[in-house]
Structure formats: C-alpha cells, structure tokens
Design a protein around this ligand. Structure first.
Ligand code: HSE
Length: 306
C-alpha cells in the first residue's frame, strides 16, 4: 500500500473540569487527509483545501508531527500529505490536533504500524505545540484513541482510555470567530486559589467515576469549571446566555470547548441533545454572529482509514 485516505476527527478538550487533561472525540466533524509514500526522501505538504495554512513542512502542524516521526525512522523514501480541512483553525474543537494526528496515523499505517498510539501521541504533540505554543495532549489523545481520554502525563506520555456512557451525546455550537489557543491561554491566571482547586479536582475525579459507572446525575453535577471559565468566557460573545439556554433545554452540563470559542454541552439521549441544539440555535441566531452547530455521539473509534 502506497497511499491512504484517513478521517481525523474533531475533539472537545478540557470538558469543563479537566483543563489540559480530559477530552472526548466527536464523530460528525473532522478533516480528511491523504498520505502517500514517495521515492523522494522527506515530508512534503502538496495540497491544502478548506483553509489557508502554510505549505512549509516546518510551519505546518501536520508537517511538524510528521517530521517528528520521520526523524525517528530510517527509510529511503518520503511522504506527501494532502489536507482537506473541515475544522476551522481557532474553533476550539481540536483543529490543530486533527492535523497533527492525521499525518502520523497515516504514515504509521503505510509503514506497517511500527508505533503504538502512545508513541503517535508523542510525535503529534510536537505538531500541536506549534499551534498553541505549549505541549499538551488533551485534544490529541481522544483523536487518536477515540472516546474519552485522560492525559495522566505528557513526559512520559501516559494516556488513560475512559468509558463513554452509551446514551451520552454532545451538542457543539461554533461561533464563526477565531480565538487563538495561545491568546486564550494568555488570559488565564498564573495562580489558583486553593478552595477553587479543591472544587475542580473533586469534580474531575467525580466525572471520571461517573463515566465508569454511567452515572448521568453525577456527570451533571461534575461538569463545572470554576477556574478557567470565568476568564475565558469573556472572549466568547454570549457565552453565559448560551450555557444557560443549554441547561434549561435539559443538557447535563455545558462549557467552553477547548480554548473556545466553541461551546459544548453533554446530554443524556439524542432527543435531548437535539432539543439543546434547537435552543442554542435560537439563542445564537439573535446575536448576529454566524455559527455552525452539531450534534454528535461520542466517537469511540477516533482517527480512521476511509
Ligand atoms: N487544554 C487546551 C486549552 C486545549 O484549553 O488551552 C486547547 O488546545
């Protein structure tokens, strides 16, 4: 096999209480990429459709993660990468992670799968870091492993795969404005109050327990971000209104997706997730800001060959 086409999914990072460690994978949005083995040595980005992104390998997220893998192998051929981007950069649903994961996943398949998903995460972190100016894997891990993941550490990379309760659905609204991860990180406080930290880690622990036990009521009471949301929500027009609307429509919880501006909610059952979609849609239509909205089940497969 010399060529492969893959689907690299969008993801929701943080999931309210799990800043930089928790994430889950979406199934209704994602990028497509073609990875091709070529005679010439090196990594080349040959096509980008959808958004204006750099073709220079060293400046492109997919290129940088591909290079990290390429430098770890010794082969007398190279790879071309075509990127068909559907996830808008700066949207908060793991656009850079999808690119970073897609190239290394595709190359690995063409090489006969010498690397496991933990090793692929290590390569992909290098690509993700050029977009967000720091190394974190809470979008990369769910894109690679699927489902919910917890990043126990990044040095060394340790990813825990968490179960996804079968009736859990996400509704994601994406206002068509850009919030760069680096800017959204810059507004965060350097120090955290102890009482807030206690509340946050109690919620993260209970959310992980709730996922293991499919305890929807515990998911509901755990989906809170008392540390980052007060700062970041100011970058997202009408955030509080949309969140309230989602909760009133029956969502278990809602919060900022990754570093924003997308807003996610989780619901029990597709009918509730659709009601939440309608309510969010109605609320945001009044703002004059264009948006996209998706309902998605939790994608337990992650990146895949298509
Ligand atoms: N955990 C990251 C953040 C996700 O919130 O900044 C976005 O890349």
């Amino acid at each position: 096999m010399n060529e492969i086409k893959i689907f690299s999914p969008a993801t929701v990072a943080n999931v309210a209480c799990g800043f930089d460690v928790l994430g889950f994978c979406l199934d209704s949005v994602g990028d497509e990429m073609i990875i091709r083995k070529i005679d010439k040595k090196g990594i080349y980005i040959t096509k980008i459709e959808g958004f204006d992104l750099p073709y220079e390998t060293e400046l492109n997220v997919a290129g940088v993660s591909a290079l990290a893998m390429y430098n770890a192998i010794d082969v007398n051929f190279g790879f071309e990468i075509e990127i068909y981007k559907n996830i808008k950069p700066g949207s908060g649903i793991g656009s850079s992670a999808a690119s970073a994961v897609g190239s290394v996943f595709g190359m690995n398949v063409l090489l006969g799968n010498p690397f496991n998903k933990t090793q692929l995460t290590e390569f992909a972190i290098k690509g993700e870091a050029i977009a967000s100016k720091c190394e974190h894997a809470d979008n990369l891990a769910p894109a690679l492993f699927g489902g919910f993941t917890l990043v126990k550490s990044i040095a060394p990379v340790q990813i825990l795969e968490l179960p996804s309760p079968k009736d859990l659905y996400a509704t994601i609204i994406h206002p068509q404005i850009e919030v760069k991860t680096s800017e959204s990180r810059a507004v965060l406080p350097k120090d955290v109050q102890l009482n807030k930290a206690i509340e946050q880690w109690a919620n993260l622990g209970s959310l992980v327990h709730a996922l293991h036990t499919s305890n929807y009521n515990l998911i509901k009471t755990s989906l809170k971000d008392v540390i980052m949301e007060p700062y970041r929500s100011q970058l997202i027009p009408h955030f509080n209104e949309v969140k309230e609307t989602a909760l009133k429509a029956g969502a278990l919880g809602a919060g900022i997706s990754g570093s924003g501006p997308s807003i996610f909610s989780l619901s029990k059952g597709i009918d509730t997730a659709n009601k939440v979609k309608e309510a969010m849609q109605k609320a945001y239509s009044k703002t004059g800001i264009t948006f996209e909205i998706h309902v998605s089940k939790i994608n337990i497969e992650g990146v895949k060959i298509i």
